[in-house]
Design a protein around this ligand. Structure first.
Ligand code: FAD
Ligand code: NAD
Length: 499
């Protein structure tokens, strides 16, 4: 199947028109809610307009992390004396074989076919109906297939919206005509642009800017409208990532606005002609010329044409679907409509969408815990683990210090350099980053943690457990980290707190 095609008409498993549950959208959140409902004995239909697996599998997490990995491995080797010679030397790590990286990306996305994803649903008896789903009234979903044929599904119990998001395109004059990259074109690239400009220094922009620099782009420029990269994280995280970017030749402009974009189709030397990005008058430069412009300024929920008005909901453009703690859509009577994953705007992360999906499935199926109580929603929106796969990585969970104070908590933050433990030095010569805990002073429990450094992705789950379990500092003191691991930062942090 070529990219951009809509897959075949209907999964051979077939689908009843009156199942218990209809899920619109077969991304990570839709798949999981469907699978768990089916495991609970319900009959389930997933309606998918493109590919089962969603944005994450083909144009998000999987291809981006696959393209990041080779540069990360080379950079790690370069700071391990003895391996460094084999891996190249200089500001940018030795060359990544971009063609091999793209080939591995193609493998990881299953050649942009969802054949590999379907068995998981089939094994659970979930039917997939191909087409665009929309609400047409209470417990009523109309599906329009690629050939225009429509069929109506009338589930007995629930409809779950899991339609995700697409890249937001800001209304900058000339931008659309310049055919910018979005996450799909960037993660699906088949060649490395010599010059790449990136609009937006959030998770997508930061990860892909560094990935392309390491894949071989000679000039990479990030333009961020806010004061720093990774604005949702602790301020030191964005500053430390910026320092690392600049050390490897990525130019970062913060606090700047793009006011015009133009693709110069008269210029030779690039198949499409260079793109000229005009900046505001707030500073220098006033213009950036690149071969491609990646737009990564956030996400827009896929709610247009979803029929929200048919069930009395607002159809405000760019509006996320508001849900309660059990993932039921607010403002709809009867408790039959749910929304999980990106489309509800709570946490635009695959693992959180899948968590919400498990909660929603338990609510829909009436699952009870061993004590016979209904499965409760523990979907605490403050406890969101997240890893930004830049180098250094930014791995965090819970509240930033500022967010905790804004929430009225009396907190104390303690921080130590990630390089203060032997585990960091053993790994290489360039231990960078800061680790910080945010502690609720009265309860002596964590409410937030941030770990910036190489390979910190595996540190964050310990902090997640500590927050969810409300483990006191006195108990954490007895959770002894192994030597010589980077986890020893936990000990340093507790010592810094005064234990
Ligand atoms: C570049 C990039 C990198 C990312 N990296 C990470 C990461 O490392 N870790 C992480 O946790 N998150 C990451 N994310 C975020 C992650 O991709 C999303 O949070 C996740 O895909 C959301 O899952 P979802 O099921 O809610 O929506 P989606 O994955 O968007 O799936 C929605 C599905 O619904 C279908 N659909 C939409 N409308 C309809 C309709 N009307 N009828 C039928 N089908 C419909 C779509 O075709 C799609 O298949 C990344 C995102 C991007 C863009
Ligand atoms: N590793 C991961 O888990 C991962 C990776 C990529 C994406 N994601 C998820 O996807 C979501 C979307 O990522 P994203 O990077 O598109 O959004 P984002 O909200 O993380 O960052 C967007 C950035 O663009 C800036 N911006 C907005 N408009 C601008 C403009 N006109 N000019 C310049 N800058 C502008 C914002 O200030 C912000 O810093 C993230 O919130 C995250 O949840 C996760």
């Amino acid at each position: 199947m070529s990219r951009g095609d809509v897959p075949g008409p209907e999964d051979p498993a077939g689908a009843t028109s009156q199942p218990d549950v209809v899920v619109i959208g077969g991304g990570p959140a839709g798949e999981v809610v469907a699978g768990r409902c089916a495991e609970a004995g319900l009959s389930v239909v997933v309606v998918e307009r493109e590919r089962v697996g969603g944005e994450c599998s083909y144009w998000g997490c999987i291809p981006s992390k696959t393209l990041i990995r080779p540069g990360e491995v080379l950079a790690a080797a370069q700071v391990a004396p003895g391996a460094a010679g084999a891996a190249g030397a200089g500001g940018v790590p030795g060359r990544v074989d971009a063609a091999a990286a793209f080939a591995r990306r193609d493998e990881m996305v299953g050649g942009y076919s969802d054949e590999g994803q379907l068995p998981w649903l089939r094994d659970r008896g979930v039917a997939v109906v191909r087409g665009i789903g929309r609400l047409a009234g209470e417990r009523t979903v109309v599906v329009r297939a690629a050939d225009g044929a429509e069929r109506t599904l009338r589930p007995n119990r629930a409809v779950v919206l899991a339609t995700g998001t697409r890249a937001t395109m800001p209304p900058i004059p000339g931008l659309a005509e310049a055919e910018p990259w979005d996450n799909r074109t960037a993660t699906g690239a088949r060649a490395v642009p010599r010059r790449l400009a990136v609009l937006g220094g959030g998770a997508v922009g930061s990860e892909l800017a560094q990935a392309f620099r390491r894949l071989g782009s000679e000039e990479v420029t990030v333009i961020e409208g806010g004061p720093r990269l990774l604005a949702h994280e602790e301020p030191f995280a964005g500053d430390e990532v910026r320092a690392a970017f600049e050390a490897e030749g990525i130019v970062v402009h913060t606090g700047r606005r793009v006011v015009t974009v133009r693709r110069d189709r008269s210029t030779q030397g690039s198949a499409r002609g260079p793109v000229v990005v005009g900046l505001d008058e707030a500073g220098d430069p006033r213009q950036i010329v690149a071969d491609e412009l990646l737009v990564a300024v956030g996400r827009t929920p896929a709610t247009a044409d979803l029929g929200l008005e048919a069930v009395g909901l607002s159809t405000a453009p760019h509006g996320f679907v508001e849900v309660d703690e059990q993932l039921r859509v607010r403002g709809v009577e009867g408790g039959w409509l749910y929304a999980t994953g990106d489309v509800n705007g709570r946490a635009l992360l695959t693992h959180m969408g899948k968590y919400q999906a498990r909660v929603a499935a338990d609510v829909i199926s009436g699952r009870v815990d061993p004590a016979g109580r209904p499965a409760a929603d523990r979907c605490d929106s403050a406890v969101i683990p997240r890893v930004t796969f830049t180098d250094p990585q930014v791995s965090a969970v819970g509240l930033t210090e500022q967010a905790a104070r804004a929430a009225g908590l009396d907190v104390r933050a303690v921080a130590v350099p990630t390089g203060s433990v032997a585990g960091s030095s053993v790994r290489g010569t360039d231990a960078v980053g800061t680790c910080q805990l945010v502690v609720d002073v009265a309860r002596r429990v964590l409410v937030g943690a941030t770990f910036v450094g190489h390979d910190t992705q595996e540190l964050v789950h310990g902090a997640t457990i500590a927050i969810v379990g409300a483990v006191t500092l006195e108990d954490l003191w007895h959770a002894v980290p192994s030597f010589p691991t980077v986890s020893e930062v936990w000990l340093r942090l507790l010592e810094a707190y005064g234990l």
